[in-house]
Design a protein around this ligand. Structure first.
Ligand code: SF4
Ligand code: SF4
Length: 66
């Protein structure tokens, strides 16, 4: 099981705070609309979750399907 960040695009206000907080550069703001996470880069450290002023990011346990 691994932990990956997920941003709720309905809540995200595209402020970019999580992008700057991520030590792995795993989050980007897609077309200026909402945050998306690159699972290959995300290490589940929760820094994005802690930094998001909107509470849009959650780090969730993922099943290792691949
Ligand atoms: S959990 Fe850590 S590595 Fe993953 S996107 Fe958030 S800040 Fe980046
Ligand atoms: S910090 Fe939160 S509201 Fe801002 S871009 Fe990231 S997920 Fe969206």
């Amino acid at each position: 099981m691994s932990k990956k960040a997920r941003a709720d695009k309905e809540i995200c206000v595209a402020c970019g705070v999580c992008v700057r907080a991520c030590p792995r550069s795993a989050i980007s703001v897609f077309k200026g609309c909402y945050a998306t996470v690159d699972d290959e880069s995300c290490v589940g450290c929760r820094l994005c979750e802690k930094s998001c002023p909107a509470g849009a990011v959650r780090v969730e346990v993922q099943a290792n399907e691949k």
